[in-house]
Design a protein around this ligand. Sequence first.
Ligand code: ZN
Length: 276
Amino acid sequence: MRIHAVQSGLVTIKNCQCHGKGRGTMRLVNTILDRTWTEPLPIYSWAIEHPEGIILVDTGETARAMEPGYFPWWNPYFQMSIKPCVQPEDEVGFRLRALGIEPNDVRKVILTHLHTDHIGGLHHFPNAEIILSRREIELTDGWRGQLRGYLTHRLPEWLSPRLIDYEPKPIGPFPESFTLTKAGDVFLIPTEGHTGGHLSVLVQTDGLSFFFAGDASYTLQLLLDQIVDGVAQDEETSRETLKRILQYVQEFPTVYLPSHDHGAAQRLAERTIVSV
Ligand SMILES: [Zn+2]
């Protein structure tokens, strides 16, 4: 099974977004007020050439995020804490073509969660089945959803996603999962906390687990250090998720692939497993 890292540009965020500081709403306030920035971080999606059809995990950011007014003016987080750098040719559709994959040939698009830098490329896939957790879409409802930072008005009008309810089938420390493929080698697992309906994608092949973690942790190091990020919707759940993922990678040889980790593409290419 060939798996590709697909980078759609870069994003610079506050250091306190990576290493959350304080408790409760103070975590978000501290992130917004932090004056120090990370280096530009990659925005990764992942294309899995599965025998049952191409699966894409997340869709990266759109170049439109560079336009004034793309982010809501009233939201201090977007105005003060996020700087995307995405050119039109960085969008996932173009990057896939460069890899020899036609966006129209993508069968399934799985969204780890609905933050803008994971859904920005959705417009390239009007013919794919779009899959996400039911809980995640419920959280986007109304003004509360907007306060949580979801840009639902940026979702394509044609979007009619398949919403996943997990089954009581444990995988390692995860009590629930959803089996996506007939071959039984691609699973969705709840990794909530960063957002309330966040999921990760697990591919088990060749004796390895490929763990597409979305923003469950921004990097491998933050997983190893068990650091909750500075914008997590639920700090305690996020901590529990980090604990479970760490337990999983200790139990199974795992290539760990978060969306904003500089080292992730190389770990994928070299099939480097987490050593703990
Ligand atoms: Zn996110």
